[in-house]
Design a protein around this ligand. Structure first.
Ligand code: GCU
Length: 678
């Protein structure tokens, strides 16, 4: 079925670019050691042609001698042009590549097809950003073995926490296979994504049947498209599938009939969907079934599935978002922040080697500011993967600008002290700490079938940036932003500087007008956009701020819930004491009086007032900046972003006035600057 909706090409537009001496390399091409019939190789070459055709008006001609060259007796290539060659693994590792230019010959070397594809996208990036290929010499190996997008798409076409239209994978309980999927795969591959989960982690209804004959053919076609771009295909799995699909009336992971059922099922699924990488599982979480129902551990559940998929090279990615979502708000002892660690730490070392535990960056749920989860690195003998959320659930719904790459970098750079060296989150999740191969990073994706993919044009910076960062964790948030702007909009200096400025300050701005100093939430329940200070305060979700007339914050020190003690030293002591706790997380760890003096010399209450006024002023500043480049970015983008800025400004004002009024009314302390508070 043809789609009615159109879609853009985001950063793969391939609009004309200044030559910068680059066109000279794109005439003759020689290919050595790669099979021209391999789907990835074909797609890589097609992409190169498309890119340099559009940007430089160049046309590749494959040299006759490509085919004639015998393996092992390859004479040096002497020509002006481009050489694509397979090389031995050594400095260049799996999925990595080297690009070098000398004497007019541009050489791209890789040990596998994915490396070739990523190298070609690197070359296209240089051309698109109007860099120069002359004299280039780069060796790039991916930092993370697994670099995944998780889509929370439902089979009826809706998207859980989706802010950019409907699903392009599903419609009316059917899988869609069309050109948009190909373009999605190209986008994902261009930023180095090598694994995609297409369905929501909350697997219900029709989605449970994705592992049945009802969907195999189309799932296999999607998987094949992805394979052509070096991307493994993954599904989210319903732990209670045996019961729901007519197998045994149990999902007990230690029950022989259940194990037998899964064995048969996995054999069928892996046979019918080649290129299936494995499964993502949300179990015992927010109403989803899991091993706890049968008095079994999370390890029992994960290992059972992992053993069964192992012969097919499959992996089980098991989420650690397990907590009590039916808590009594009167209960000060239960602390949702503790739950991930408490539920998973004891079985460290028991998880089988093709299980990866996928851990959200913070212990709560993708708030604008949270400490890093103590489970990351807390586990010392278990494969771990970091989960971040590119979809802006709590960070503005892709209405408010919030460039998340700086936040992700903070998380990656965080020292866990789990080892004497190589102890950052980046080390842990990339496999550098433990030397494990099943490791990496996943993000909940922010795409939908909107024409511009991400609702707001500016939200595509996160879609792009996550992949680039997952591949090369040492890139800066600024570098990534600039690349994306040049590729998506323009290389004009004013445009690049203005948009970079907006993006790089956007997270702090959002934080300023929303919930203060790490306390989080205060959002409209369920929807999670807009202010509602007490929205979750008297609910079952474990997300309280505990504000009264004297102070605000949750005591998670050793005198409170003890959460701070889940960290290694010196982090545990640092968080435990109100004096050493980083101030941006103060209210996450401590219940603090309004007149507490911060290191800035301001009281807590004054900080709340000031930051909320500043937040709104900063949004006004961003709008002025955006208006200053009008005419220099495409009209659609200009208008679309302006319209979202209007909504962001409205939202920011609501937050400012509600938060300030709330705390003024609670504390009775006036703003020192006498501004209007209601
Ligand atoms: C959040 C989100 C849910 C999601 C859950 C998860 O709670 O609001 O929509 O299902 O995270 O990560 O599983």
């Amino acid at each position: 079925m043809a789609r009615e909706k159109r879609w853009t090409q985001l950063w793969l537009q391939y609009k004309p670019r200044r030559d910068c001496g680059n066109a000279a390399y794109f005439g003759r091409v020689v290919i050595r050691g790669f099979d021209r019939d391999n789907a990835v190789v074909k797609n890589a070459l097609a992409e190169l042609q498309k890119g340099i055709g559009g940007m430089l008006g160049a046309q590749l001609t494959e040299e006759e001698r490509t085919a004639a060259l015998a393996k092992g007796s390859e004479p040096p290539v002497q020509m002006q042009g481009i050489l694509l060659q397979r090389s031995q693994a050594g400095e260049i590792r799996e999925e990595g590549y080297r690009i070098e230019e000398a004497n007019g010959l541009l050489t791209l070397s890789a040990v596998d097809e994915n490396g070739l594809l990523y190298g070609i996208f690197h070359i296209l990036r240089v051309v698109a950003t109007e860099g120069s290929l002359t004299g280039i010499s780069v060796l790039v190996n991916p930092d993370n073995p697994l670099r995944m997008y998780n889509h929370w798409d439902n089979m009826d076409g809706s998207i859980e926490r989706g802010y950019s239209g409907r699903s392009f994978f599903f419609e009316d309980n059917q899988i869609t296979v069309d050109e948009r999927i190909v373009d999605y795969a190209r986008m994902a591959a261009s930023i180095g994504i090598n694994g995609v989960v297409i369905n929501n982690v909350n697997v219900k209804n029709a989605a449970t049947y994705l592992i049945t004959d009802r969907y195999f053919d189309k799932a296999a076609r999607l998987a094949e498209i992805f394979a052509g771009y070096g991307i493994k295909f993954f599904l989210s799995l319903n732990f209670a599938a045996p019961i729901e699909l007519g197998g045994p009336d149990s999902a007990d992971p230690l029950e022989p009939s259940v194990i037998e059922w899964w064995k048969g099922k996995m054999k069928e699924v892996f046979n019918r969907i080649p290129n299936l990488g494995g499964f993502l599982v949300k179990a015992d979480s927010e109403g989803r079934p899991g091993p706890f129902t049968y008095g079994r551990t999370q390890a029992d559940g994960a290992n059972m599935l992992a053993d069964i998929v192992k012969p097919y090279g499959g992996i089980i990615i098991w989420r650690c978002f397990v907590y009590n979502c039916t808590q009594d708000w009167r209960d000060y002892k239960t602390d949702r922040a503790r739950a991930g660690y408490d539920n998973f730490i004891q079985m460290d070392g028991d998880y089988h080697d093709n299980v990866i535990l996928q851990i959200k960056n913070g212990p709560m749920d993708f708030q604008i500011r949270e400490p890093v989860s103590p489970l990351l690195g807390g586990l010392k003998k278990t494969n771990q993967m970091l989960e971040v959320q590119v979809a802006q659930e709590y960070t503005g719904h892709q209405i408010d600008v919030c460039y998340l790459i700086p936040m992700f970098k903070e998380v990656l750079d965080y020292r866990t002290y789990c080892a004497p060296e190589r102890d950052t989150v980046a080390d842990v999740i990339s496999g550098r700490t433990m030397g494990n191969k099943y490791a990496g990073i996943a993000a909940v994706c922010n795409t939908g079938d909107d024409e511009n993919w991400t609702g707001s044009d500016l939200a595509a910076a996160n879609f792009y940036g996550f992949g680039r960062l997952a591949f090369s964790m040492s890139l800066t948030a600024k570098d990534i932003a600039q690349e994306w702007i040049c590729m998506s909009f323009s290389t004009d200096r004013q445009v690049v500087e203005t948009i970079t400025g907006i993006l790089l300050t956007s997270r702090e701005t959002y934080e300023k007008y929303t919930s203060p100093l790490g306390i989080g939430w205060m959002v409209t329940p369920h929807e999670h956009y807009g202010c509602s200070v007490d929205g979750y305060e008297y609910s079952c979700w474990g997300t309280y701020h505990r504000a009264d007339h004297l102070g605000i914050g949750v005591d998670r020190s050793d005198k409170g819930t003890g959460y701070a003690e889940q960290y290694y030293e010196p982090n545990a002591s640092m968080y435990n004491s109100i004096d050493s706790c980083p101030e941006e997380l103060l209210l996450f760890f401590h219940h603090v009086p309004y007149n507490h003096m911060l290191r800035t010399g301001k009281t807590l209450i004054q900080h709340i007032y000031d930051s909320h006024f500043e937040g709104v002023e900063e949004v006004e500043g961003m709008i002025a900046d955006w208006n200053s480049i009008e005419g220099k970015v495409p009209e659609d983008t200009s208008r679309g972003v302006r319209e979202r800025f209007d909504r962001q400004l409205y939202n920011a004002r609501e937050w400012r006035d509600q938060v300030n009024s709330y705390f003024y009314r609670k504390s009775g302390i006036a703003d020192e600057k006498g501004r209007v508070i209601y």
